[in-house]
Design a binder for this molecule. Sequence first.
Ligand code: BES
Ligand code: MN
Ligand code: ZN
Length: 501
Amino acid sequence: MKPLPTIAFSKPDTPSKGTVILGFSEGGPLGDHARALDEASGGAIERAMAVAEFKGKKKSILEIIAPHGLELDRIYLIGLGGADDRKPSDWRDLGGVCAGFAKSGAVVTVLLESVDKDPVDGADAAAFADGLRLRSYRFDRYKTKPEDEDEPKKDDEKPAKVTIALDDQAQAKKLYKSMAGVSDGVMLARDLVNEPANKLGPAEFADRAKALEKLGVKVDILTEKEMTKLGMRALLGVGQGSVRPSRIAVMTWKGGKAKDKPLAFIGKGVVFDTGGISLKPAGGMEDMKGDMGGAAAVTGLMHALAARKAKVNAIGAIGLVENMPDGNAQRPGDVVESMSGQTIEVINTDAEGRLVLADVLWYIQDKHKPQFMVDLATLTGAIMVALGGHNAGLFSNDDTLSDNLIAAGLAADEPVWRMPLGKDYDKMIDSKIADMKNVGGRWGGAITAAQFLQRFVNGTPWAHLDVAGTAMGSKKTDINESWGSGFGVRLLNQLVADHYE
Ligand code: BES
Ligand code: MN
Ligand code: ZN
């Protein structure tokens, strides 16, 4: 993969070589060291600003190449907007906007001097660095040639060296270390989503989860034999048409007090969803390699919690299966017995995610008695119809958990929107011959899917996040250019940090 830039923090100084990025607050003035550069260049910066009418509007950019009188290659001014309309999360986006200036091998100094009444503190600078690094992520594992002839060959790519100059470096360093651990989790989730299904089956995914042991996470893998013993026939039915056997990975992080009940995070990990016998149409089916976005986020979250040594007990459990049509695949109309004892009539083999989650949710509440369970799943196309790609759907039986998730979503810039649950929706999945059926008809598809899951949480405080619209394929953002977004990692990390540590 393309090497990510290295980040360091230092005292403000007047840089003498490479690329300089100058943060400029709307309306100015230039900071002391920026002014020194301007003077040494005979006023090149002020002049360029006047000619381009650069005022420092948020995320606006002014490029000055080879400024006269200086050894510098380039100066970029980045508009920080005014102090009044700057949110803390803007710093991460501003860093993302500058990622393109940190090319292979470049030496980059970012000058964030305190230039307005909202001084740039360590948290701002750390978020800036974090955004720059997140935006630099590329999934280029399977590219053998650079996209552009002028770009260096893969083996010749060198990381850019980025130094962020500000007064409060100690705080910036400390916060950045923990943010970078979280972002490593985000990038792990992106990697897993971007990886094609021929390279990432249930066993390979389980191996990637197992690799978290090097961070101090305990990882147990359940094989089909063990799942059969536990009676997980809902999950096993989904994987039964695939030559690649199903797995469950249970990741445990113990950073809290021994007596504290764990928080549980559960992910749908359908490594590829053909729809099974209820086969999906060909157009766009390749996107179903990302039907494990929930499991990817849970794995990324466990990485994040362990990397920053979160003071919390947390369990991440992911159901890993492949949904294939086959002579041995399950049929529409089949009835399966779930681990809970409840029976399910499988009307549509393409509504498979809820069958997988049913057994994982039941298993986790039964075995671990968690404080709460939050599941993440690319569960329905219907949630994309309802909310598009900008909010994940939130369904919950608990108002406190729900409010905490909404607040965390806003703080982490991964918003969630609460959707309804209720008796009348629940009735829609009653079956004529079994306890329930796995689809509820044409309308309210995201809600009936959630109602189905609720039948397996056994009264535990629970929230379901339908991330079908947000985990993959969404619009590029200031901090992500890749298809897999890693959605959910920063949200749930924020939830834990703000409410449960
Ligand atoms: N994995 C899909 C949902 C999905 C669709 C995720 C598009 C991401 C993008 C899920 O397994 C599925 O097929 N859901 C069906 C349910 C239906 C058969 C009741 C759907 O949404 O059409
Ligand atoms: Mn499906
Ligand atoms: Zn699916």
